[in-house]
Write a protein that binds this ligand. Structure first.
Ligand code: NDP
Length: 446
């Protein structure tokens, strides 16, 4: 529920950003938490922090022309939304997917701002991407697209200005082509301009694993508050991309068993536990589909177009995309005895799904807290780039684990302080907002 004053502000956001439904959803979810904060800190209302925070500092939209392997010309649309730089340079990934539009990039940028604040690191919020689908494209086609994309984007980014990274459809391959083109245009080996880079060209150990590992760490921390752990638990992980793969790896390392994963075509149910080596070979080496996993793995079952959330499990990690876990899915998880959900993806649970989990007492870690390990490790990558240093895997993972514990604790304690014990959604929204809002007040009307 929105309180009366906040409701008016939300209506204004809807009118100013017509048709951007995912952005409205993300804003509403944060504003629903802020009633008690605005009552406690009237200076935020005086400085119009809510209105300013909902308006990106800058929104860049550009044409991306490129040719495919047959010489046919294609035109895509590129985006970079620089949301807020009160805490540091804009920071957030690039998504290449046919569904990308301004509303999606704005929802992601808005979420990113609070997520980055929760890490406690000096990074502002931004997000970008294009409605380009790398699936089924050759390496050469992906390279030409990335080069054309960077030909415009290079003017807007820089290690002290705006630092993009990967997201859906943008992994090490795409970041390599983007970085190569940036280096060529600018004549600068500016490692800190992008994160998620390959290990041989300025990348940091653990960045690839960080979002998935971090989500599993967050889940473990939530369970700990009820004196439980992942040991012996069955788990579902949706998706089978970067976040999903490393969430599966860490759940297994912490003693749980992941019995299902998915892609946009279907679901695999593997009661013996996902064979991670096989899955990685199919997804990372062959760039194949989850169907190929089921074909190769005895005892597993492929459910085309099914919902993964119908499979009974103890805990769940949605790691695919926004609004993939609906009220119906939440009802099935609750009925089947699921006790905790941590979002590896951004906003994968619909608002009705979130409410159902809260009503049933299911531990629920929202994406802006549970998946913040990725961007936090990106900030560690920037730190290593700035000092021309390289940390070991163990040291970096230790830092990641500490950061996730801190994020968990700040969400937990902030929820208690503002009268909503156990509500990680409120805790994350309020703690993230307070850090950004205080910095904005301190920096004046800029
Ligand atoms: P990838 O492109 O590596 O993987 C995305 C996965 O999700 C693929 O398996 C994809 O399947 C699947 N997927 C996409 N849409 C659907 C759908 N509608 N139903 C079922 N599966 C679907 O992306 P990432 O793993 O990097 O990102 C996943 C999520 O995590 C996103 O929400 C992203 O914003 C978020 N995130 C990512 C971070 C990172 O560090 N990479 C950091 C923080 C958040 P298919 O191949 O069929 O498309």
């Amino acid at each position: 529920m929105l309180d009366e004053k906040v409701d008016l502000l939300f209506e204004e956001v809807v009118q100013r950003n017509a048709g951007e439904v995912e952005f409205h959803q993300a804003v509403r979810e944060v504003l629903e938490s802020l009633g008690p904060v605005l009552a406690k800190y009237p200076e935020f209302a005086r400085a119009k922090i809510i209105q300013r925070i909902c308006e990106p500092e800058s929104q860049i939209i550009f044409r991306v022309p490129w040719t495919d392997d047959r010489g046919e010309v294609h035109i895509n649309r590129g985006f970079r939304v620089e949301f807020n730089s009160a805490l540091g340079p804009y920071k957030g990934g690039l998504r290449f997917h046919p569904s990308v539009n301004l509303g999606i990039v704005k929802f992601l940028g808005f979420e990113q701002l609070f997520k980055n604040a929760l890490t406690g690191m000096p990074i502002g919020g931004g997000k970008g991407g294009a409605d380009f689908d790398p699936k089924g494209r050759s390496d050469d086609e992906v390279m030409r697209f990335c080069q054309s994309f960077m030909l415009e984007m290079y003017r807007h980014i820089g290690e002290y200005t705006d630092v993009p990274a990967g997201d859906i459809g943008v992994g090490t391959r795409e970041l390599g082509y983007l970085f190569g083109q940036y280096k060529r245009i600018t004549n600068r080996y500016e490692s800190g301009v992008l994160t998620g880079k390959g290990i041989d060209w300025g990348g940091a150990l653990v960045r690839r694993e960080a979002t998935g590992y971090g989500a599993a760490f967050f889940l473990e921390q939530m369970l700990k508050t009820r004196k439980q752990s992942l040991e012996g638990m069955t788990c579902l992980v949706s998706g089978s991309g970067n976040v999903a793969l490393y969430a599966i790896e860490k759940v297994h390392a912490l003693g749980g068993t992941v019995i299902g994963c998915s892609d946009s075509d279907g679901v695999v149910h593997d009661p013996d536990g996902i064979d991670l080596d096989l899955l990685r070979e199919i997804k990372e080496v062959r760039r194949g589909r989850i169907l190929h996993y089921a074909e190769a793995r005895k005892g597993s079952q492929y459910l085309p177009h099914g919902s993964i959330w119908q499979i009974p499990c103890d805990v769940a990690l949605p790691c695919a995309t926004q609004n993939e876990l609906t009220a119906k899915d939440a009802a099935a998880l609750i009925k089947n005895g699921c006790i905790a959900v941590a979002e590896g993806a951004n906003m994968p649970t619909t608002p009705e799904g979130v409410r159902a989990f809260a009503a049933a007492g299911v531990l629920f870690g929202p994406g802006k807290a549970a998946n913040a390990g990725g961007v936090a490790t990106s900030a560690l990558e920037m730190q290593q780039n700035a000092s021309r240093d390289r940390w070991s895997f163990e040291h970096t993972e230790e830092r990641l684990s500490e950061i996730m514990t801190n994020i968990h604790d700040i969400c937990f304690h902030t929820a208690e302080e503002f009268g909503a014990p156990g509500d990680y959604v409120k805790g994350a929204n309020i703690a993230g907002f307070l850090r950004v809002a205080r910095a904005m007040v301190a920096l004046g009307l800029v």
